[in-house]
Design a protein. Structure first.
Length: 443
């Protein structure tokens, strides 16, 4: 159990760090990508405003104002502002003297009937006229105003007579973005691995207080159980002496109650000690190969009488000739607990089915019974110590809520899993998958 707790602590820490890294790196990379798109759209806006060209600049470096525009002191024209529409919000681009020479772009112009009237490839060498037309035609066919075509960001501008598709090469920006993404993911994975290894190494110290408390609790149960055995033995002996002195014709109901409750307390004590030893791993299991089909069938047959007395049908569907390498007494106890639980808590007149079958290299033992009184939220607690579905905790059934905990401990000791399932038609199934690579078919 402590090992499982350490694993859970490590996994929880790893998942938490992974989520934080995902959010941080995801946000950074999204902003980085949006920056690439924003810059490309800014370039496209400028090109679209100037019919597919960068604005000319005066010898001093300022853009030459167009006719009818007033020159501003900052070197930009009065009408130079973000246009409304698909490229609105692209932002003001700071154009230097080198920007027109650094930017690779091309444009294709269409007539109203959709035919290509001209192409401008002066500012790019990676695309020929055929490829440029193909890119532009695909954009027009898509009906989108802007987007990406390969590594080119495009914008489709409507003209008075036809349209123009402008492309800006974003290969360098996208390559930088991709490199940053790959490096950030690699660093995140290395960081996650480092945190996982660090937490795994320190998990022992983290769970040490709980482990010490849990060990003390198990030792207390074991020691207290051994101490309780002595007074119970004395009470039994005293009752036996009193019964010899008592007149047999006049049975004493008080003595019978004492005997009944003493037996009940002894069973509880023995079960607690058994469960504690199983969890501590101190119980010596005599593993041997035995005919598990026959053993489980014998256990089921022993419950036929109690089942009939309670008006319930007990049926077995056991695959014959199966053997199992394990603790035969433990398997008997497991089967007895599951069948006894089904007989006690199955609906009146219900049918109980005990099924054993080979499942790959494992064996699956299933005990099912109708249980209208069981709720879905109760299923996950059935294997908790002293848990009982009956909130009144009536002793009429004779149980005290520890049997299924023992059953789970037995299955765990055989490297298996035990879980409960409540079907839609309220059939409660206890499913035990026994041992990995331990079950085989008898020849």
């Amino acid at each position: 159990m402590i090992k499982k707790l350490r694993v859970k602590v490590t996994l929880l820490a790893a998942v938490s760090v992974a989520v934080v890294l995902f959010l941080i790196l995801g946000t950074v990379n999204i902003l980085n990508y949006r920056g690439v798109v924003r810059d490309a759209d800014g370039m496209l806006r400028i090109l679209a405003d100037n019919d597919g060209k960068f604005p000319e600049r005066q010898p001093g470096g300022d853009r030459k104002p167009e006719s009818g525009e007033k020159e501003r002191t900052d070197g930009q024209s009065e009408n130079e502002k973000p246009e409304d529409g698909p490229l609105a919000g692209a932002g003001q681009m700071q154009i230097s003297k080198e920007t027109p020479f650094e930017t690779r772009y091309f444009s294709v112009q269409f007539a109203e009937d959709g035919t290509v009237t001209s192409t401008d490839l002066d500012q790019i060498a990676a695309v020929d006229e055929t490829e440029a037309k193909e890119y532009a035609e695909n954009v027009v066919d898509s009906g989108k105003k802007r987007g990406f075509a390969a590594s080119y960001r495009y914008y489709c501008k409507e003209l008075s007579e036809g349209s123009m598709v402008i492309f800006v090469d974003c290969s360098k920006s996208l390559a930088t973005f991709q490199n940053f993404l790959e490096i950030s993911v690699l660093i995140a994975l290395l960081g996650l691995l480092a945190v996982t290894l660090l937490v795994a190494g320190l998990s022992g110290r983290i769970v040490r207080p709980f482990a010490e408390s849990y060990e003390k609790q198990k030792r207390f149960i074991t020691d207290a159980g051994h101490e309780i055995r002595t007074p119970l033995t004395i009470i039994d002996a005293d009752l036996a002496v009193l019964e010899l002195e008592q007149d047999e014709k006049e049975p004493n109901e008080w003595m019978e109650d004492i005997q009944k409750q003493t037996n009940r307390l002894r069973e509880l004590t023995e079960d607690l000690i058994y469960l504690s030893k199983m969890e501590e791993g101190k119980k010596e299991e005599k593993r041997m190969e035995f005919p598990i089909s026959d053993v489980i069938s014998e256990v089921v047959q022993s419950f036929q009488g109690p089942a009939k007395l309670k008006g319930k049908e007990l049926r077995e569907e056991i695959q014959p000739m199966l053997t199992f390498n394990g603790d035969m007494k433990g398997i008997r106890k497991l089967t007895g607990i599951l069948v006894d639980n089904a007989v006690k808590y199955a609906d009146e007149g219900g049918k109980i089915v005990v099924e054993l079958k080979a499942q790959g290299k494992n064996l699956q033992l299933t005990v099912s019974n109708p249980a209208q009184s069981v709720k879905k939220e109760q299923v996950e607690h059935l294997f908790d110590r002293f848990y009982r579905g009956d909130e009144s905790r009536s002793t009429k059934t004779g149980g005290y809520g520890i049997g299924l905990s023992i059953a789970k401990a037995v299955v765990t000791a055989h490297h298996g899993k035990l879980h409960a399932v409540l079907t839609e038609d309220h059939i409660l199934k206890m499913i035990a998958v026994l041992g990995r690579d331990t079950a085989k078919k008898r020849k």
